[in-house]
Write a protein that binds this ligand. Structure first.
Ligand SMILES: Cc1cc2nc3c(=O)[nH]c(=O)nc-3n(C[C@H](O)[C@H](O)[C@H](O)COP(=O)(O)OP(=O)(O)OC[C@H]3O[C@@H](n4cnc5c(N)ncnc54)[C@H](O)[C@@H]3O)c2cc1C
Length: 357
């Protein structure tokens, strides 16, 4: 196991970050770009949704196939962000790949022929097929929609790249951060012997137990993913009910949504739910090789949460990335870094103050 010698740490930082999932990793990259000093605490035994995530980057989502929230801002930004991160971390983890969504009916096909002329959809539509196109891989009797600007983040490779980069720069302590060891002095926030101007909590679903942020209305959602072997080599992501995505030699299939069972254990029920949708989509045989589960840090209004605690404004939350963390984390880590470093307020709809009424 990689460990950090805590005795070699310097004692004062601009920021402490708690958690190295997508939120903490993106924020660390943003602060480094701004020349700030920071130290990240990451619990080596902690659960992380980012390590389970499919990593899908999808501009048109949901059963009704609507443009994802703020896609026209989030997507150009995430492409630039992950490309730059690949250079900084000297690692490959961002893969652009079209998504093919078979239509369920002729009505849906007609609807999309109309939508394709709408300006806001245009950057995300590669092609509309009115006949079968999926090379006998999936069921698509009515044709389908081929999406652009889509793809996936190999989240494990991204997090490992960030971890190595943090260690090399002396920015990472692989220890659980103990909330009861925070000392809120007048001049600084002190954690054990480390001083910082602010502590940023990127603690994922553990944030729901954080006493400094009791107001945030968390609605965690469990999800499960499968890794399956398919003889045919897929050259695009297929998505209808579930997504099937070629990733690292296998194919990631996901995901489902469970608001009741919030354990991190994969279940038979989850497997059956995903497999029934997979069978409805896929025409070719597959073999399940892996099955994982995780809990998404979602909040009631399904928007990210950025901003200071009501109890002390030097304690800050960056959470609520929910179901689309890969697309949201780059853009909103920039908004948070702009606020931390330059006092520029984040957008109203993501500010923590919306929970304070
Ligand atoms: C099954 C599943 C599939 C998904 N698929 C997709 C997808 O295809 N596309 C997409 O965009 N999103 C997907 N998501 C959502 C995505 O995973 C989340 O939005 C994102 O990972 C949240 O990142 P985070 O950093 O906020 O949380 P996390 O990744 O959970 O990170 C929080 C980190 O903080 C650490 N931590 C907590 N408390 C402490 C402490 N006291 N001290 C030290 N460390 C601490 C935890 O151990 C963890 O490492 C999926 C999620 C699941 C569960």
């Amino acid at each position: 196991m990689i460990t950090t010698n805590t005795q070699n740490l310097k004692q004062e930082y601009d920021y402490i970050i708690v958690g190295q999932g997508l939120a903490g990793s993106c924020l660390a990259l943003q602060l480094a770009r701004r020349g700030k000093s920071f130290l990240v605490y990451s619990d080596p035994k902690g659960k992380s949704a980012s390590r389970v995530a499919g990593g899908l980057i999808n501009p048109v989502t949901g059963r009704k196939m609507v443009l994802t929230w703020r896609a026209n801002e989030l997507f150009p930004y995430l492409h630039k962000f992950y490309r730059e991160a690949e250079k900084t971390l000297n690692s490959k983890f961002f893969f652009e790949m079209p998504i093919y969504r078979p239509f369920v009916s002729i009505e849906e096909q007609n609807e999309w022929q109309g939508k394709s002329t709408e300006e806001h959809f245009a950057p995300f539509l590669k092609k509309i097929f009115s006949k079968e196109e999926a090379e006998n891989i999936v069921e698509d009797p009515f044709g389908g929609l081929l999406l652009d600007k889509s793809g996936y983040l190999d989240t494990e490779a991204f997090l490992e790249g960030v971890q190595k980069w943090l260690l090399a720069g002396g920015h990472l302590v692989e220890q659980k951060f103990a909330l009861d060891s925070i000392n809120l002095n007048e001049e600084a926030v002190v954690y054990r012997s480390v001083k910082a101007n602010r502590i940023i909590f990127c603690d994922g679903v553990k944030g729901s137990e954080n006493p400094y942020f009791k107001e945030i209305k968390y609605r965690p959602v469990k999800g499960e993913v499968l890794k399956v072997e398919i003889k045919e080599q897929l050259n695009k992501i297929y998505n209808r009910g579930v997504f099937v995505m070629p990733r690292n030699g296998l194919n990631t299939v996901g995901s489902n949504y469970d608001h009741n069972d919030l354990s991190w254990e994969p279940t038979e029920k989850g497997m059956e739910e995903i497999e029934s949708k997979l069978k409805a989509l896929l025409k070719v045989p597959y073999v399940v090789k892996e099955h994982k589960a995780g809990v998404r840090p979602s909040v009631a209004d399904r928007r990210p949460v950025l901003g200071p605690s009501k109890l002390d404004e030097r304690l800050v939350a960056f959470n609520g990335l929910g179901t689309k963390g890969v697309s949201l984390a780059p853009f909103f880590s920039e908004q948070l870094a702009n606020w931390l470093c330059d006092g520029i307020e984040p957008d109203k709809e993501v500010r923590i103050e919306r929970f304070f009424n």
